[in-house]
Design a protein around this ligand. Structure first.
Ligand code: IPE
Ligand code: IPE
Ligand code: MG
Length: 253
């Protein structure tokens, strides 16, 4: 299981789950939010290094205002309810996205939790809230241009300018709810991620299914462009660079 270090989850299907039960969509979100704690605990038990969960996208603003406001309330509730457990379990917490447009009270809860957990050495737990993958990249490029107006941007520069660089590339992305798309989530970090789509709606997702998916994906061979599994993406890129240089050199003679 060791090669899966960073898991990203698109928690989808709350609305359809509620609709099937003749309940309002918001009820699906409420039920879905209680699943979050179970999965965080499970990620910790498995020994993952990082877990990034998509809770609200920049596109989700287009939903009815009542639904948007319930999602904001649920984030606040989660922060209050889970604080003790996050601290007790040495979890390093961060919210990524445009947090400045969140209500003031939520921003201060986020700041407090990030500050309290900044020296934690356990699971790196990230909530993507008011997050968009494209805007994360644009933000990074703009900040680079401002600080290095005469330099060309490299992949490694861009890696370092993501919202949470220390979590690195995503090894496995799980999407619940049956849709097979990325929906603007971690598009830079997922370049070589394994993808797993489950029809289970988020409120029905369990630690048992989570562990099964990780076990299943751990058996897949990740080749990173190579002919067989050898090392990680970094090793493969290095090897590709060496081969390319040798090839170009040989062509000169
Ligand atoms: C995911 O569930 C939660 C958020 C996007 C905030 P949805 O609300 O998208 O549920 P479906 O996809 O409509 O069933
Ligand atoms: C993705 O789900 C966003 C989150 C889970 C927060 P959506 O339900 O918003 O995505 P689409 O609309 O199916 O692409
Ligand atoms: Mg959805």
């Amino acid at each position: 299981m060791s090669k899966i270090k960073h898991v990203a989850i698109i928690m989808d299907g709350n609305g359809r789950w509620a609709k099937k039960r003749f309940r309002p969509r918001i009820w699906g979100h409420v039920r879905g939010s209680s699943v979050v704690s179970d999965i965080v605990k499970s990620a910790d038990d498995i020994g993952l290094a990082a877990l990034t969960m998509y809770a609200f996208s920049t596109e989700n603003w287009s939903r009815p205002l009542e639904e948007v406001s319930s999602l904001f309330k649920l984030l606040k509730k989660f922060l209050i309810k889970e604080k003790a457990r996050i601290l007790d379990n040495n979890i390093k917490f961060k919210v990524i996205g445009e947090t400045q447009s969140l209500p003031y009270e939520t921003i201060s809860l986020i700041n407090e939790m990030e500050e309290l957990t900044k020296n934690a050495t356990g699971l790196k737990l990230t909530f993507a809230f008011n997050y968009g993958g494209r805007s994360e990249i644009v933000r990074a490029v703009n900040s680079f241009q401002l600080s290095h107006p005469d330099k060309l941007l490299t992949e490694s520069d861009l890696n370092g300018l993501m919202y949470r660089p220390e979590t690195g590339d995503v090894d496995l992305m799980i999407r619940t709810g049956g849709e097979q798309r990325i929906s603007n989530f971690l598009i830079w970090q997922m370049a070589y991620a394994e993808l797993y789509f489950t029809p289970t709606k988020w409120p029905d997702f369990t630690p048992r299914e989570f562990k099964k998916i990780i076990e299943h994906v751990s058996c897949r061979e990740r080749r990173f462009g190579n002919v067989s599994h050898q090392g990680d993406l970094g090793d493969s890129i290095e090897k590709a660079e060496n081969h390319k240089t040798a090839f170009v050199e040989r062509a000169k003679h």
